[in-house]
Design a protein. Structure first.
Length: 152
């Protein structure tokens, strides 16, 4: 995922009617510094608590809502009862990406390729429905958890 610079953060917040506060900057920085991870609010809070002992969990929740509203973050639901957050790509042609979720250890990786482009073209051609975005979750077992492959 691409990272937004400080000016983009400030401008996106301003465009959404918000100010850049130290708390908003800190929440954003934690997520940006863990860009390959899909973080729960509680994880972000615990990482912030060391440097911001007076920050509350409710503040982190509200800040995540604001950063999502202005388009800097995406909320991701992996059907396990927790919302997670990740940076949005700064690319103008950003498109949904796929998540690979291990059923044993819970590891979440992003698939490298967007395998949906051909399907989206076919949907448009056959039904006239123009896909704007998609979310794909693939459940299985990661390299560490899967049973040995049968080599017979």
């Amino acid at each position: 995922m691409a990272r937004h610079g400080a000016n983009t953060l400030k401008n996106k917040l301003k465009d959404g009617g918000y100010k850049l506060t130290p708390q908003r900057q800190a929440v954003y920085d934690v997520i940006a510094s863990h860009g390959d991870k899909h973080m729960k609010c509680e994880e972000i809070y615990l990482l912030l608590a060391a440097d911001f002992p007076r920050i509350g969990l409710a503040t982190v929740y509200r800040t995540l809502g604001v950063l999502t509203e202005v388009g800097l973050l995406s909320k991701v639901n992996f059907d396990d009862g927790f919302l997670r957050y990740e940076l949005n790509s700064s690319s103008a042609d950003a498109h949904g990406h796929h998540h690979l979720i291990c059923l044993r250890c819970g590891r979440i990786d992003e698939a490298i390729e967007d395998l949906m482009e051909e399907l989206e073209k076919a949907v448009l051609e056959k039904s006239g429905f123009q896909v704007e975005d998609h979310a794909v979750k693939i459940y299985g077992y990661c390299r560490s958890c899967r049973p040995p492959l049968d080599k017979s």
